[in-house]
Design a protein around this ligand. Structure first.
Ligand code: C2E
Ligand code: MG
Ligand code: MG
Length: 551
């Protein structure tokens, strides 16, 4: 390019002519006169003294972030000395309130007669105004915001489809960032090839894109678009000879549900919807449902309450005890310890709701210790009246995997003077149990201490018979859902009968849970259970009530 045909002065005049048409700040830097001239808009936003000044590098020091100045100075010196022919740097300047503003400064050096003379370039803000993305060639989030704000608060009918590449981080890690950029570009092309005129496509941060349809199309249309995009991606993966194998997930929002929502609300909901699609297994789309979102918000709030309660000496937690009966003798032989969580916000929350959150957050470890203490304390009390009393404590497999559970149980048992044979550990979890050698090792070590082991929720999973062999429990607890079904269907009853026979043949004990009425008790007695539990015998209650009612 012929760069010498314009003088510094002519560049300054050009800047004066064009600055009002641009959000960016064009500049010229005259090395010979140590003179800098930039768009008059720049000092309105950035803390530079004027739009033209001398003593350039020293003046820059006053409005460049101190942490970035040294690198900038080095680069400018390399440019001035002719070592570099261009300048391209992202760094922070300070705005008129002395706050950092990310900018990208690019410039080309003009040299003639074997000497560098000046640099012409442009500064643009990148932090707040990521308008377009060079990799995908698409408009960015701030353009999406402007577009949405044109319509706010009443959006035309249609939908938003937020898309995200599944496990994109893995692609970058495995194949390098450059390859990752290639995948992003190709994904943008796949999406572009599926959308129709009038639909808008934007690149959000990282590996995410947003399709906006304000054309009155319904949710079926959104799902079809998602499926088409997925097919296009599959075709790219195949054509690319499986070098990078990846999938894409989508979150869909009905634009009619967005009335009165701010841009950040919309982004939050679309992010939630995409995350939900990923949480449900990826390579699928999820349609936003308000109730799901509220459940998720409640879960988040509950987690905070649980954390707070644990940090405040377990304030809000309470141990309840439910009687366990020996059916043969029709006498109380023990109790199951059940956790309760009382909150101001939600009243008493069910363990079915909060135990999974404790497991997710790891808080089950301190609470497991706490409930064990409550259980053994209670057992010690009750044993003064019923010496053979057995206490059951629920333990989740996470506690077995991640804490020194044997040590904790034996220490506490010692503290309260309770022989291990009076403790029953109930392994809760209807889903998959840990299939690891560590788990089986701890489990069989527990058994060898004399503690009795119960397999809880039996009949709710699908591979429970496998566990009978792997875990060799002492007691099998039949879940309430199974008991209830057996009361209604002969088939389920026969199944339960077979199961009971099998368990007895293996010389194990069986406990039937969830017996609520006399009729249920009579019917279940025909199965010859060893123990039973249910509201018919007694509901879970605090220790003092338990002692009053049953001891
Ligand atoms: P689970 O261990 O199977 O406990 C029995 C559940 O059935 C208890 O529910 C009990 O209140 C309920 N139940 C007992 N008899 C009847 C009946 O006749 N009818 C009906 N409808 N329900 C009956 P709860 O207390 O809500 O506990 C639910 C689950 O939460 C427990 O099931 C257990 O898996 C878990 N859980 C409770 N406390 C703890 C704990 O301290 N640690 C762990 N890891 N899990 C716990
Ligand atoms: Mg239990
Ligand atoms: Mg149970």
């Amino acid at each position: 390019m012929e760069q010498t045909s314009l003088t510094v002065q002519q560049f300054c005049q050009t800047i004066d002519m064009i600055y009002s048409c641009s959000d960016d700040y064009p500049y010229v830097y005259d090395f010979n006169n140590d003179f800098y001239y930039i768009s008059p808009n720049a000092p309105k936003r950035l803390s530079m003294p004027r739009h033209c000044f001398r003593n350039v590098i020293d003046t820059f020091r006053s409005f460049v972030h101190p942490e970035d100045f040294e690198a900038l100075q080095k680069d400018l010196e390399a440019v001035i000395s002719g070592k570099k022919q261009s300048h391209n740097m992202q760094y922070r300047m300070l705005n008129t309130d002395s706050e950092p503003v990310w900018i990208n400064c690019r410039g080309h050096v003009v040299s003639y007669d074997n000497e560098t003379h000046y640099m012409v370039g442009c500064i643009n803000e990148i932090g707040t105004r990521q308008k377009a993305d060079n990799i995908s060639g698409l408009l960015g989030e701030s353009s999406l915001q402007s577009y949405l704000e044109e319509f706010s608060p009443f959006f035309p009918s249609g939908y938003l489809l937020r898309l995200g590449i599944d496990d994109f981080k893995g692609i970058n890690e495995r194949l390098g960032v450059k390859y990752g950029d290639h995948v992003l570009k190709k994904t943008a092309e796949c999406i572009s090839s599926c959308i129709q005129p009038g639909q808008q496509l934007y690149r959000l941060h990282a590996d995410e894109f947003m399709v906006l349809d304000f054309l009155g199309d319904g949710l079926e249309h959104a799902i079809n678009l998602y499926k088409n995009i997925r097919t296009a991606i599959d075709q790219f993966v195949e054509a690319n000879q499986y070098e990078a194998v990846f999938t894409i997930s989508g979150g869909i929002l009905d634009s009619n549900s967005l009335e009165d929502f701010s841009f950040s609300d919309i982004m939050k909901l679309s992010e939630y919807s995409l995350n939900e699609a990923k949480r449900r297994g990826k390579n699928q789309c999820y349609l936003y449902v308000k109730q799901d979102y509220q459940t998720q918000l409640k879960r988040r709030q509950l987690k905070e309450l649980l954390r707070h309660a644990v940090c405040n000496n377990f304030d809000g937690f309470e141990a309840y005890f439910q009687p366990l009966y020996s059916l043969e003798t029709n006498t109380l032989y023990g109790a199951e310890t059940l956790m309760r969580f009382h909150t101001k916000e939600f009243g008493t929350v069910s363990p079915n709701e909060f135990i999974p959150l404790l497991e997710e957050t790891g808080l089950i470890i301190p609470l497991g210790r706490w409930i064990l203490q409550q259980a053994l304390f209670a057992c010690n009390h009750i044993r003064q009246h019923i010496p053979n009393f057995q206490i059951s404590v629920n333990v989740s497999s996470i506690q077995i995997m991640k804490s020194n559970i044997i040590h904790e149980i034996l220490n506490s048992a010692d503290e309260y003077g309770i022989p291990p044979s009076h403790i029953v550990i109930e392994l809760t979890e209807s889903g998959k149990l840990e299939n690891s050698t560590h788990f089986t090792k701890v489990w069989s070590k527990l058994k060898s201490t004399g503690i009795r082991l119960a397999l809880d929720d039996f009949g709710t999973g699908y591979s429970n018979f496998q566990y009978l062999n792997d875990l060799q429990p002492d007691i099998i607890k039949i879940d309430r859902s199974f008991t209830a079904k057996a009361m209604e269907s002969t088939y389920e009853y026969n199944l339960l009968q077979l199961m009971s026979e099998l368990v007895h043949n293996l010389d194990l004990k069986i406990c039937i849970e969830g017996i609520e009425t006399q009729e249920e008790k009579e019917r279940m007695l025909t199965l010859n259970p060893d123990y039973s539990q249910g509201f018919y015998f007694g509901k879970p209650c605090p220790l003092l009530d338990f002692i009053e009612q049953f001891v």
